[in-house]
Ligand binder design. Structure first.
Ligand code: NAD
Ligand code: GLY
Length: 364
């Protein structure tokens, strides 16, 4: 079954089409191809799997294809430049449309190229990881990394549409898939207690990648993200709630050199820590913090920080986060499952207790 979610923005709103086979449906692409030129940007892993299918859906259009090497380490200005060189060499003009076929890395780089090539051209996102379908392809954040920090160079540039094909999960490595489930659960925690409870109950349907179960999970996640982005496109306030668990998660990713954990895995740990802190500050019942952890464990995700990361080291790493404003730490705390708030009222002793709770969080 196909689902449609609309991202309602004052200017440049767009549809997200979700369901098995979406990528090969020519009618979904056609309205968003402005000129006669199309460039597909993919990577060496995803292109052999899905490029042919996508090219069929692009019909008679003449398509140039640029294939990136795989991996976060290629999310760089060098890759950005290589794509720019390619578009110049192929004489693409301002009416070209770029199609990003891949996970969040391909989507973020392609998005940044689309934001800046000739001051901005059309972009269609065809996300092929669960994380990209529920998060990175939606909302218009684009970026590449700087050696000094992740996503440090970027722009807001909304796509013309997002085509989220649920059939692509068949080839997605299990670990990548489960990391995406962490982001899906995040939407339940921040905005929808019923969706959270549905995920608690869906268990095997999700782990077995049942296509209908997944199409629904992606749809509900996109509805929630679209609702937040529609209210705060440029992250002046509310949009920060999408970063629930991310301040702890980023600290853990940084301290483990982005090697030990996938982003969604670090976010899973971060969500457990943020819920633990919320409970310690008295705003969330302990049993609700436990529920969040239990679901993440059922997805076989990590739920506690590596024991060797001391509270000092974690605290310092959290201080480096982009969400720190004027030296004050702001965190997304849970008030109830389905409701969160961005808070600067962080109790230092509660935070220290959470940062020291690796053993307790690992247990049970
Ligand atoms: P990724 O793009 O590295 O993809 C993960 C791996 O899966 C890669 O090896 C990729 O080639 C492979 N792959 C992708 N689809 C596949 C498929 N269907 N079958 C088999 N293999 C497949 O990682 P990701 O988790 O999708 O994205 C992470 C990136 O997203 C990070 O760079 C992060 O900063 C960014 N991100 C951006 C936003 C945003 O709002 N723009 C939000 C969250 C994350
Ligand atoms: N991934 C967080 C956001 O899009 O704002």
């Amino acid at each position: 079954m196909m689902h449609r979610v609309d991202v309602l923005l004052d200017e440049h709103g767009y549809p997200i089409h979700i369901g098995p086979g979406a990528m090969s449906n020519q009618q979904l692409f056609e309205p968003h191809l402005s000129g006669s030129q199309v460039a597909v940007i993919s990577n060496e892993t995803v292109a052999p799997l899905y490029l042919d299918e996508l090219l069929k859906a692009l019909g008679e259009t003449e398509v140039d294809v640029f294939t990136l090497p795989d991996g976060e380490r290629h999310k760089t200005l060098e890759s950005y430049s290589a794509i720019m060189d390619f578009l110049m060499a192929k004489r693409h003009n301002r009416s070209t449309t770029l199609v990003a076929l891949g996970g969040g890395v391909v989507g973020d780089i392609t998005g940044f190229v689309a934001a800046t090539f000739q001051r901005g051209v059309g972009l269609i996102q065809v996300p092929t990881t669960l994380l990209a379908q529920v998060d990175s392809a939606v909302g218009g954040k684009t970026a590449v990394n700087h050696p000094g920090g992740k996503n440090m160079i970027g722009a807001f540039h909304q796509p013309r549409c997002v085509i989220a094909d649920s059939a692509v999960f068949a080839t997605l490595p299990d670990r990548e898939y489960r990391a995406g489930l962490a982001e899906v659960l995040k939407y339940g925690v921040i905005a929808d207690a019923e969706f959270f409870a549905w995920m608690e109950a869906a268990g095997d349907g999700l782990l077995n990648k049942n296509p209908d179960t997944l199409a629904w999970a992606v749809r509900r996640s996109c509805e929630i993200k679209a609702g937040v982005v529609a209210q705060d496109e440029r992250e002046t306030g509310l949009r920060a709630i999408l970063n629930f668990g991310h301040t702890f998660g980023h600290a853990i990713e940084t301290l483990t050199n982005y090697r030990r954990f996938l982003h969604g895995e670090a976010v899973a740990i971060g969500m457990v820590m943020a819920a633990d802190l919320s409970a310690r500050q008295g705003c969330l019942p302990l049993e609700d913090a436990q529920r969040i952890k239990t679901v993440l464990q059922s997805f076989e995700l990590p739920v506690c920080p590596p024991a060797e990361l001391s509270d000092d080291v974690l605290h310092r790493a959290m201080g480096m986060d982009k969400k720190v404003v004027d030296g004050r730490l702001r965190l997304v705390l849970v008030e109830a499952i389905g409701q969160v708030a961005v808070s600067e009222e962080i109790d230092a002793s509660a935070l220290n207790a959470t940062l020291n709770a690796a053993d307790a969080l690992c247990d049970g």
